[in-house]
Ligand binder design. Structure first.
Ligand code: ATP
Ligand code: LTN
Length: 368
């Protein structure tokens, strides 16, 4: 029992300087000093569902990459989430490999971040079951993503219903403080907070309560065929999104065909010009310049010039990623090796944490 307490103490938030004072024993003081130096932890996940697009990239992946030096990073390819809807086993394996390559090619650096497959670390499933006992039917039923994906049908999996509980387990298993995601995930992170607060109240302070990290710009890249719905892999119209693996000519064609608004001015106005505003956003994010700079650049010019340049900027922005993906296509063994290393590092955090959870919930049954 003493051992369990030692391993658990830092993870009850002790890693953070502002919580270091909660650690009382002398033995822990040294550890606490070390921990006060460490960076806040972030956790985020992405489903290996194929068709990764610039919405996923600008809303999530690129922020993870940009912020790698600021945080203690854990990124997870959430295959257990991907199996909550019907799928083929062979396809899943391919998509997991594809996603691993996309993340590495986008700049997730295994030296600075832990990158791993969710199902490789069994503690995710174990904690999800336990958290399921703390989550309420009513609160899960209200989740927008569930309502959208189930389309009101009865024949959807229990896994799809419990999806946000597994997501909560992913995050709190590592005591993540920040969760960088797109706007669509806000509700899931709020639910994660509620479940965590409830667990801590029932069993004692065990987990850090995480916060969403949602950027103002890029958090919601809209569809190219409808500026009122978000760019999505599930849209049957492939012209609605630019995928990371699209060729330059596919990208140009999709942008040329993207819907625009009436008038001809390249001006940011979400109400009057939602489609053009979305394209301006994409431009500003890829070119890493402000929205007003984009407007200045295109003052007096029309949609045609703007779209032509936008296509070029997106093609050039994706080019280095695509080149690295091609390189990784040649070395799958290296990808397996890096992901397995990630598993080991994730397990080293998840194991002791789960021991603590088993202990506080009365599941550990031993006389040692
Ligand atoms: P989709 O809705 O495209 O089918 P998803 O939301 O299920 O996909 P994931 O692959 O699980 O996609 O999402 C990975 C990350 O990408 C999440 O953080 C999500 O918030 C973000 N994301 C997805 N779509 C967009 C978008 N259109 N704009 C900004 N961020 C997005
Ligand atoms: N539900 C998320 C993917 C996801 C996730 C996570 C994101 C699963 N577990 C933990 C952040 C943290 C999605 O659909 N985008």
């Amino acid at each position: 029992m003493f051992r369990a307490d030692i391993t658990a103490a830092p993870s009850i938030g002790g890693r953070r300087s502002n919580r270091a004072h909660t650690i009382v024993s002398t033995l822990w003081k040294e550890q606490a000093q070390d921990m006060a130096q460490t960076k806040p932890r972030v956790f985020s996940g992405i489903q290996p569902t194929g068709g990764t697009h610039i919405g996923n990239y600008l809303g999530a992946i690129r922020n993870w990459v940009d912020q790698q030096d600021m945080y203690d990073n854990i990124f997870c390819i959430v295959d257990l989430h991907a199996i909550t809807v019907p799928y083929e086993a062979g396809d899943l394996l391919e998509r997991k490999m594809d996603m691993a390559k996309i993340l590495l090619a986008s700049g997730i650096d295994p030296e600075r971040s832990i990158l791993f497959m969710q199902s490789d670390v069994r503690e995710h499933s174990e904690l999800a079951w336990i958290l399921g006992t703390q989550a309420m039917f009513g609160e899960l039923r209200r989740m927008t993503q569930f309502k959208e994906k189930s389309g009101g049908q009865e024949s959807v999996s229990v896994g799809l219903f419990g999806y946000p509980v597994l997501q909560a387990a992913d995050i709190i298993l590592y005591d993540a403080e920040k969760v960088p995601v797109g706007e669509d995930q806000k509700q899931h992170i709020e639910l994660t907070r509620d479940i965590t607060i409830r667990f801590n109240a029932n069993f004692g302070e065990t987990f850090v309560v995480p916060e969403p990290d949602i950027k103002k710009v890029g958090a919601r890249v809209m569809s190219l065929d409808d500026p009122f719905s978000k760019m999505s892999k599930s849209n049957p119209n492939e012209g609605s999104r630019v995928e990371l693996r699209d060729t330059p000519s596919q990208i140009s064609k999709k942008i040329r065909r993207a819907v625009t608004d009436s008038g001809s001015e390249v001006r940011y106005d979400e109400n009057e010009k939602p489609a053009v505003s979305n394209l301006i956003n994409i431009y500003s994010l890829f070119a890493r310049i402000s929205v007003s700079e984009v407007e200045e650049r295109y003052a007096g010019k029309g949609y045609g010039d703007f779209k032509k340049d936008l296509a070029e900027i997106v093609v050039e922005g994706l080019r280095p990623i695509q080149e690295r993906i091609t390189e990784l296509d040649e070395s799958p063994d290296e990808v397996y090796r890096l992901i397995d290393e990630g598993r080991q590092r994730a397990e080293a955090i998840a194991r002791p944490k789960m021991e603590r959870v088993r202990h506080v919930t009365g599941l550990t049954f031993t006389n040692s």
